[in-house]
Each structure stands twice: as C-alpha cells, then as structure tokens.
Write a protein that binds this ligand. Sequence first.
Ligand SMILES: NC(=O)c1ccc[n+]([C@@H]2O[C@H](COP(=O)([O-])OP(=O)(O)OC[C@H]3O[C@@H](n4cnc5c(N)ncnc54)[C@H](O)[C@@H]3O)[C@@H](O)[C@H]2O)c1
Length: 268
Amino acid sequence: MGRVEQKVALVTGGASGIGLASAQLLAKEGAKVVIGDFNIEGAKAAAEEIKANGGEASAIFLDATKEDSIQEAVEFTVNTYGSINILFNNVGGTNLKKDLDVVNLDLDEWDRLMNMNLKSVLIGSRFAIPYMQKAGGGSIINTASTAAVAGDAIRSAYGASKTAVTGLTRYIATQYGKDNIRCNAIAPGLILTPAAKANLPEEVREIFMKYNALPYHGEPEDIGNTVVFLASDDSKFMTGQLLVVDGGHYMTSPTISDVDNYVASLQK
Ligand SMILES: NC(=O)c1ccc[n+]([C@@H]2O[C@H](COP(=O)([O-])OP(=O)(O)OC[C@H]3O[C@@H](n4cnc5c(N)ncnc54)[C@H](O)[C@@H]3O)[C@@H](O)[C@H]2O)c1
C-alpha cells in the first residue's frame, strides 16, 4: 500500500526538475498523477515513463501564467481521475538579467514573476479547493525557496514573490483547514536539477557546498520525498508550514565563522 494510494495529484511544471521527481515519487506511492507543463512533449514523456513503471499518469499542456490554462488543467484532472486530492503548485523561476536589486530591477519582470510565481499558486488553489471540499479534504503544496527566508543582493522580485507564497500558504491553511484541506510550502535550497546543472558553474556550486551543513548537494528527489510526505497522512497534523530543505545551508548564522576566527586570534 503506497503512502498516497488512489489519491489524485496535479503537478505543475512536472516535465523536469523538482516537479518531475515529485510526480514520479507520488506515482510510485500510488497516486494518479497529472503532469501539467508548457513543455507538453516533456510532460507526455514523463507520463509515459511513469506508466511504463506501473504507475498511472496523464499529461496536459499548462501555462501557469494563464488563469484559463490553470483552470483547464484542474478540470482535466477531475474529469480524468474523478477528483483532485493533491495540488503541487511548483512552477516558478526568475531571469537573473532582469531581476536585479530594487533600484535597477526591470518592473515588467517584477510583474511577470509575481504572476508566474505567486498568482499561479492563488489561481491553482482557488480552482482546486472547491473539488477538495467536495472530496472531504486535500493537500496543497507550494514551492517557495530559501529566497523566502533570507535577503539577496539581486533577485528581488523572485525573493518577494516566494516570500508571498509562504504567506499565501498560511492564508489558505487558515481559511480551509476546517474543510480538512492542508496547505504547506517547501523552501528548497540549491537543487541540482538538469537546468541548475547546465547553468551553474562549478565555482558557484562549490560556494554553496562550503556553506551547506551537509556534505552534498540537493537532488530533485530530496524535494520529491518532501512532497510525498506533505501529500500523505504522515503529515496530517501539519498545515501552514514552510519546510526548508536545503542541506542546512541557511540555518547557521554567517557571522559564526568570523566570530570563531576572532576568538581563536585572541588565544594566540
Ligand atoms: N532548482 C533549485 O535549486 C530551486 C531552488 C529553490 C526553489 N526552486 C523552485 O522550484 C520550482 C521548480 O524549479 P526547478 O529547478 O525544478 O525548475 P526547472 O526549470 O528544472 O523545471 C521547471 C518546469 O516548469 C516548466 N515551466 C516553466 N514555466 C512554466 C509555465 N509558465 N507554465 C507551465 N510550466 C512551466 C518547465 O517547462 C519545466 O518543466 C520553481 O518554483 C523554483 O523557483 C528551485
């Protein structure tokens, strides 16, 4: 018996990276999974692979920046599998050339990211919640980021939108808790998705590793396993929470090593 046996899940941005690993792990644990992505070929390939491995999955074109496209994906999920019990609002991202410091960031990019990273969570949730209410409950899981728990020199729009996702998570949890609908968010640290592997120079990866408490990088499955936990009854008393999954990157004060060095210098 899987941990989400016979549950129905919609995963946005499920054709690659964190979404793909989550879709695969949800299916492995018994869920029927709809993969929504604007890379429809990738979504179809992911669904086929899940089916080839004995799971149940379907694909649908989804543009998470468009309200009617999100509505269509939610309704496709319900029409295909009879309900929606798990919604993983995972689409998100930034453009490092435009999402700069507050003085210099491109305001059109600000609007684009608020729409893609934040409004998509609102829209997906508002279309799924009435079906979850009818089904007697559900679990909504949102992808935030460690950009929601610390400031940064650039990525102001990304950080603000992901911080707002954690706030919206608490509002959804508060408003629909009595309907047995839980809502939690995950803040991944650096996760070596194919895109991150292709775009991040080795030097930058090493900087991240230096500040991780653990001696390895995050893999998409590390977030996927957290998604399964939040989707399943294993987390049935948790709602409105932000789970930071980052190898311990952000939990140590950055001043500690400087203070240690200073104290050591006094002892010389
Ligand atoms: N990878 C990391 O290190 C990391 C860290 C923190 C947070 N995150 C967050 O995790 C989530 C997933 O990131 P990832 O690294 O797996 O990304 P990714 O680029 O590997 O995959 C994103 C998927 O979403 C799809 N997609 C992008 N825009 C879309 C849209 N508008 N509509 C529908 N589909 C769309 C892409 O086709 C792709 O399949 C994002 O919200 C991201 O902000 C990632």
